[in-house]
Design a protein around this ligand. Structure first.
Ligand SMILES: CC(C)(COP(=O)(O)OP(=O)(O)OC[C@H]1O[C@@H](n2cnc3c(N)ncnc32)[C@H](O)[C@@H]1OP(=O)(O)O)[C@@H](O)C(=O)NCCC(=O)NCCS
Length: 173
C-alpha cells in the first residue's frame, strides 16, 4: 500500500462505511451507526481513503471524556486536578481487514494525535485517553508514549498527556 496516496477526511457519507470489517464485530457494529453518532454529536469520525475514492480503509473517532484524577500516573498531576480530568477520547481506531499490517493504523493514530494537538491550541484538556483492546494494541500505543493508568486490568485505560503530544509535533523529542 502506498501511504502517500491515502487521505484522511471527516466522515460525510454512509456509503463510505458500508460493509466495513476490521475483525472486531463490536467495532464493525459501532461504525455502521456512524451517521447516528455524528448527528447526535456523540463522536467525530475521520476516515482513511484512497484519492478519488471515499470508501473507508480505516477510521478513528474522537469525543471528550472525563476521568477520575486517580487515573493519572504522577502525584503532582493528581494534586493539580479536581474530580474530573478532561481528556480527548480516542474511542475507536480500526483498519479494514484487507488493509491491515501496512502502516495505516499507525498513520491514523498519528493523525488523531495531530488533531488533538490542534484542538489543544483552542481548548485546554489533560491529554488523550483510550481503552486498549489487547496486548498488541497496548504495545502499539506504548510506542507513542501512552501509559496504562493505575489500577487497570482488562481493556486498560491508557493516557498520553498533552505535553508529550506537543513534543511529538513541535520537535522537542
Ligand atoms: C489494531 C489496528 C488498528 C492496527 O492497524 P494496522 O494498519 O493493521 O497496523 P499498522 O500496520 O499500522 O501497525 C502495526 C502495529 O499495530 C499492531 N497491530 C497490527 N495488527 C494488529 C491486530 N490485529 N491487533 C492488534 N494490534 C495489531 C501491532 O502492534 C503492530 O506493530 P508492529 O508492526 O510493531 O508489530 C488494526 O489491526 C485493526 O483494526 N484491528 C482490529 C480493530 C482493533 O483492534 N482496533 C484497536 C482498538 S484498541
Amino acid at each position: 500500500m502506498d501511504l502517500s496516496q491515502i487521505r484522511i477526511s471527516p466522515f460525510s457519507s454512509k456509503d463510505a462505511i458500508h460493509n466495513f470489517r476490521c475483525g472486531e464485530s463490536d467495532i464493525d457494529r459501532w461504525v455502521s451507526k456512524a451517521p447516528k453518532w455524528s448527528e447526535q454529536n456523540k463522536a467525530r469520525l475521520f476516515l482513511a481513503h484512497g484519492q478519488g475514492n471515499s470508501k473507508a480503509m480505516g477510521f478513528y473517532s474522537l469525543s471528550f471524556s472525563s476521568e477520575d484524577r486517580n487515573k493519572l500516573a504522577g502525584k503532582r498531576d493528581r494534586q493539580m486536578w479536581g474530580s474530573g480530568v478532561p481528556l480527548i477520547y480516542l474511542q475507536y481506531l480500526a483498519v479494514q481487514r484487507t488493509c491491515q499490517n501496512c502502516g495505516l493504523g499507525k498513520m491514523l493514530l498519528v493523525d488523531s494525535l495531530r488533531r488533538a494537538h490542534l484542538v489543544s491550541k483552542h481548548v485546554a484538556f489533560y491529554g488523550v485517553g483510550l481503552r486498549s483492546l489487547n496486548d498488541r494494541t497496548t504495545a502499539l500505543y506504548s510506542k507513542y508514549g501512552f501509559a496504562v493508568a493505575p489500577d487497570e486490568d482488562k481493556f486498560p485505560l491508557m493516557i498520553l498527556p498533552i505535553w508529550s503530544i506537543n513534543d511529538l509535533f513541535e520537535g522537542r523529542t
